[in-house]
Design a protein around this ligand. Structure first.
Ligand code: ZN
Length: 358
């Protein structure tokens, strides 16, 4: 690999070998969906829904802590899915647009969209700082904060005939200062570990030379002060990917992201392309390897997870560069399946370490 940058020196550093973490979203309790639907019908006030969301974050943190996850996340319980309807509610300059396909086989094209009517802005931020502050008050474990990258966020906005923005890249550029302000506020609030979700290079290999510049512009202000990670996956809307599931064609672009850590999926691809894992580590990045398949209801045993971890290590990733995560968020996975999958992640790791005490 040509890019040998080690991106940052500050921020959170794991204090143990093979730490376990999550991608961000946690399985939503059914009662949260009920409450959100009731709120949409006008049956709950803002205090009511916030109380439900607080309880949902508590449940997500408890599930992770019960499983023994080392670095937890708030579960993105205040967002209705990975694609962050919550973020868009903080935006001015857009109006909601119903999806054009509402019937038939479920797919990402059924998500509602937003149409740009004037330059976008988020006068009060994207809400992630409040998410972090609440989670920080509810757990003593290290917290990873997650938010989507500029190109990912731009994907849900229609720019019409180009009156405001001429193309998708222009929309993504408009998100850069919004994200830069959010990560700056997060760092000021004490967040020391931020993961930006930008699966776009895999989904849009034809445009990928622009991703690194957009990504880096969004996080430049906090580089060196927080641990930065980038999650690149192949999509998980309704449990379905939307890209060719290979990293090799986009690896150079992924390594151009100025981050400490790449967070990549392997379990759902039967551990294919482990030479990519080796190359990530050789390029001076930590690797958070997905060793739990969030799209399958096969519940991995600890032995199966341990075997996957051993494969990553055998491919040439040094133990001290490896973190262990599920492939993607759990927002599209039932909670009853999510909990044993988190336990298997931790127990599989413990098997690899020879049952060493935490
Ligand atoms: Zn993902």
């Amino acid at each position: 690999m040509t890019d040998q940058r080690v991106a940052t020196t500050g921020g959170y550093r794991p204090d143990r070998l093979l730490p376990t973490s999550v991608i961000g979203s946690h399985a939503r309790p059914g009662w949260l969906d009920l409450a959100v639907a009731a709120a949409d019908r006008g049956e709950l006030g803002p205090v009511d829904i916030r109380e439900v969301q607080d309880d949902a974050v508590d449940a997500a943190l408890r599930d992770q802590e019960d499983a023994g996850i080392d670095i937890v996340a708030d579960g993105e319980m205040r967002r209705t899915g990975f694609f962050t309807a919550e973020f868009y509610r903080h935006l001015v300059g857009v109006v909601p647009t119903p999806s054009e396909r509402r019937l038939g086989a479920p797919g990402h094209d059924q998500q509602h969209r937003l149409t740009v009517v004037e330059p976008i802005a988020a006068p009060d931020g994207l809400g992630v700082v409040a998410e972090y502050r609440y989670a920080r008050s509810r757990t003593t474990r290290p917290i990873k904060v997650t938010l989507p990258g500029p190109f990912t966020l731009s994907g849900r906005l229609s720019y019409g005939a180009g009156e405001v923005y001429r193309d998708r890249i222009s929309v993504a550029e408009a998100f850069v200062p919004i994200l830069a302000a959010e990560v700056e506020a997060l760092a000021a609030a004490g967040a020391d570990y931020i993961q930006v979700d930008e699966p776009s290079p895999a989904i849009h290999p034809e445009a990928s030379h622009q991703f690194a510049a957009l990504f880096d512009a969004a996080v430049a202000g906090v580089r060196g002060r927080v641990r930065l990670a980038a999650h690149l996956c192949f999509g998980n809307y309704l449990g379905r990917p939307l890209a060719a599931r290979v990293y090799r064609p986009v690896l150079e672009q992924a390594l151009a992201f100025g981050v400490d850590e790449l967070v990549l999926e392997w379990a759902n691809r039967e551990m294919a392309e482990l030479d990519v894992a080796r190359d990530v580590a050789a390029a001076g990045r930590d690797l958070a390897a997905g060793v739990i398949d969030v799209k399958s209801y096969h519940l991995e045993s600890a032995d199966e997870v341990a075997a996957r971890i051993e494969q990553v290590l055998a491919a040439g990733v040094p133990q001290e560069r490896l973190l262990l995560v599920p492939d993607c968020g759990f927002s599209q996975t039932a909670r009853w399946a999510t909990r044993p999958k988190l336990r298997a992640l931790v127990e599989g790791r413990d098997l690899v370490l020879g049952g060493a005490a935490r």
